[in-house]
Design a protein around this ligand. Structure first.
Ligand SMILES: [Zn+2]
Length: 88
């Protein structure tokens, strides 16, 4: 029996059409907004303000960058507050 470690190479798009996209979370922007990439065809999605999955266009990528910055600075602030309250 021939041993092969390689999976049959399917055209990714065809695979997704047959089995559906295999989305992996690639980035957590905020608690509610995440970015996803399909491990098969590399299609990228994000969560919009209504919680729907939409295609990650350059415009949404920009919005997510801003959201992430706001989210991170909020987290930093609350972390500092926690430290301060544990000291005093
Ligand atoms: Zn896909």
């Amino acid at each position: 029996m021939k041993k092969t470690t390689n999976k049959p190479t399917l055209i990714p798009k065809m695979y997704c059409n047959l089995f559906g996209h295999d989305y992996q979370v690639t980035k957590k922007v905020t608690y509610h907004v995440k970015e996803y990439t399909c491990s098969q065809c590399k299609k990228e999605l994000t969560t919009d303000s209504n919680g729907q999955l939409i295609e990650l266009t350059p415009k949404f990528r920009e919005i997510n960058d801003i959201l992430e910055r706001i989210h991170t600075s909020r987290m930093e602030r609350s972390k500092n507050k926690a430290v301060a309250s544990s000291v005093y």
